[in-house]
Design a protein. Structure first.
Length: 624
């Protein structure tokens, strides 16, 4: 495509608009100028949180979003642009030694010209929004890694960024090193002509990790487009944390559990793969029978950065985000009432790809109520098709996309922790891993050894979900729930974990949890999940405090039935036995797969292999 230089912005107008917005950082200004020239955007506009109301009005007027009740909004993305594409996501650097098994490494020298070519003139006629942001609570010791500026040619993406990150020029104007910020360029591209999912696919989502530059072309959906979140908050930050030797960046939720009787609060963080329960756990209400005593506090639901504070030797975690990009499916009054409050009137919530009623301005998704609304008048599915015009064959299609989501700021979350903006973050007592696993994995098994905990994270195997294109239900390893976000080699990743967590004088307890074991015959979930998930977590904390002892098995410590507070839980004795027991035969088979999985990783620390062999030997002994 020929690049029409005349389509580039009027340079004098560009400078004026940066001046008017009070954008003073000279490096940021230079960066904006450069990319305005490449993308050919017609004009640039610097925005921050205070521009929300105006951008909402403009988006409504332009028909890009629709009202969904008082202070609630709705948008649809293009039908072939509804989730992350793992194949099209690349980490590019100058060093071939950065190639790992999962990071789709490519040489930066090859990717940079390719992306510049794709972006050349691709924002012609559009506004380029300049969004300075901070992925950390202000004043955090990790702040130097948290500053970024996203350029996007999509107004709805700007609205998402304002909800998901702390946005405004104040985050870049007074940097100690003005050029130290992550450069994120998002160009939507011609969505109808990108060949999504075909051999001619033109989409590229590239993190140039050693240049701290993120170039994403060919989507306006979620983490593909709002670059502060997974591109910066996970891929870039994980690379920075490793390169600096200072911290870990993980796809982790982060919660507090307060015992109201004693006033004590514990903090737990942990990783479950995409669409596997992090948001739900972070928003959890204590079950009725425990609600008088315990309260769960939300810190974060998707990303945590972890460091050790040299002052007290404890691990501290922050949530770098400012919002929740939550899965809509199955969110209802019983499963997650907190989520419904978070998206209530006047929250400014933005729904994406749920079903929408253009007459009542109501939204609906599968699992919102047991049945879809009986009166279909005005209802359109996530593609915009009227339900009333569906053919007989189309009747059973879902109304909402399985990866439809809601975007809302942390301040709307009713159980937000009072100290969620604490500069240093919060001290970590336990680190948990889990995922959708239909058999083998018990409800909870605790691990008290660091190397074995890291080993457990690295061998996390779970069913893939609709959060990524085209792989729902497929069983695969997803190390520490970071498979799609891994930015450097897995062996080095394991070593970095051992180093960072190993430096803590106060070691966390590890655990593997599973809310998703199913009955092989009728497929029902053996454990009721959701609010009840507090119970195994309380057991874990009591185990750490030495109040319970559980039963040592080859793969960790599992609770006895008596240790688990089950007052009011609806579960049959057979199902309970099943989720608290270890199937030695099934586990022995799993160990061979694990060995092959780990063998892919160059330079895996010997401690991890030792842990693997220890578990394998214990299983062999248990098998007799
Ligand atoms: P990402 O935002 O993609 O990283 O996902 P997430 O891990 O935050 O997933 P989320 O909590 O949004 O949950 C995804 C889906 O899992 C939703 O449809 C939930 O209803 C369902 N889910 C969450 N917790 C449970 C549980 O304890 N039991 C069962 N059966 N389903 C659950
Ligand atoms: C995930 O897929 O894990 C998400 C959503 O949290 S996205 O930001 O789109 O990656
Ligand atoms: Mn996620």
């Amino acid at each position: 495509m020929a690049y029409d230089v005349n389509a580039a912005p009027d340079l004098a107008a560009l400078e004026t608009s940066l001046d008017d917005a009070g954008l003073k950082n000279p490096s940021v200004r230079e960066y904006v100028r450069y990319w305005a020239g490449i993308t050919g955007a017609e004009r640039v506009e610097v925005i921050g949180a205070s521009d929300n109301a105006r951008l909402i009005s403009e988006s409504l007027e332009a028909g890009e979003i629709w009202p969904a009740g008082e202070g609630r909004y709705y948008a649809r993305s293009y039908v072939k642009d509804t989730a992350r594409s793992e194949e099209r996501t690349i980490v590019a650097t100058a060093d071939p030694g950065d190639k790992g098994v999962y990071n789709n490494w490519r040489p930066a020298s090859e990717m940079r010209p390719l992306l510049e070519k794709l972006m050349h003139g691709a924002s012609a006629g559009k506004t380029m929004y300049v969004i300075p942001y901070l992925m950390a609570p202000p004043g955090s010791p990790l702040e130097p890694y948290a500053v970024g500026v996203e350029l996007t040619d999509h107004r709805t993406v700007a609205l998402h960024m304002i909800r998901m990150a702390r946005c405004g020029v104040e985050h870049v104007n007074n940097l100690a090193e003005p050029s130290r910020f992550v450069r994120g360029v998002h160009v939507t591209g011609d969505l109808e002509n990108l060949g999504q999912g075909t051999p001619a696919d033109k989409r590229y989502f590239v993190t140039f990790a050693d240049e701290r530059t993120i170039l994403h072309f060919g989507s306006s959906y979620g983490g593909n487009a709002l670059l502060g979140k997974i591109a910066h908050g996970l891929r870039q930050a994980a690379y920075d944390g490793w390169a600096s030797g200072e911290f870990l960046a993980e796809q982790f939720m982060l919660i507090g559990i307060t015992d109201k009787q004693t006033g004590r609060t514990w903090h737990i963080c942990g990783g479950f793969p995409s669409a596997s329960g992090k948001t739900n756990l972070a928003m959890m209400l204590a079950p009725d029978s425990l609600g008088d005593r315990y309260h769960v506090e939300f810190y974060g639901d998707d990303i945590a950065w972890l460091r050790v504070d040299p002052k007290d030797g404890k691990i501290y975690a922050i949530n770098p985000e400012f919002g929740v990009f939550g899965v809509a499916k199955d969110t209802n009054e019983a499963t997650n009432p907190t989520a419904l409050r978070s998206v209530g009137p006047d929250t400014g919530v933005l729904f994406t790809n749920v079903a929408y009623n253009e007459l009542t301005r109501d939204v609906w998704w599968e699992g919102r109520t047991p049945e879809p609304p009986g009166d279909v008048i005005g209802w359109r599915d996530w593609t915009g098709q009227l339900i009333s015009e569906r053919s007989v064959e189309e009747q059973d299609k879902p109304w909402a996309h399985p990866n439809s989501r809601f975007t809302t700021s942390l301040t709307n979350v009713p159980n937000i922790a009072p100290d969620f903006e604490a500069r240093t973050g919060v001290p970590i007592d336990a680190i948990i891993f889990g995922g959708r696993t239909r058999d083998r994995e018990p409800l909870v098994r605790a691990i008290t050894d660091l190397a074995e905990g890291v080993y457990d994270g690295l061998t996390l195997g779970a069913e893939a979900t609709f959060a990524a294109e085209g792989v729902d239900g497929q069983l695969r390893y997803d190390p520490m729930s970071m498979r799609p976000f891994m930015s450097y080699p897995e062996g080095a990743y394991a070593a970095h974990w051992l180093k960072i967590i190993g430096a803590a004088s106060d070691q966390p307890i590890f655990a593997h949890v599973n809310w998703f074991q199913r009955d092989p015959d009728d497929g029902h979930f053996l454990w009721p999940g959701y609010r009840e998930n507090l119970r195994p977590l309380l057991w874990l904390l009591r185990l750490r405090d030495g109040e319970v002892h559980g039963v040592q098995t080859a793969v960790g410590i599992v609770p006895t039935k008596d240790e688990l507070d089950l007052d009011g839980v609806d579960i049959s004795p057979e199902d309970l036995d099943k989720i608290l027991s270890i199937d030695t035969g099934r586990w022995t088979t799993e160990m061979a797969h694990r060995e092959a999985h780990l063998a892919q990783f160059d330079g895996l620390p010997e401690e991890i292999w030792v842990a693997h062999r220890r578990v394998a030997a214990a299983l062999a002994a248990a098998a007799g």
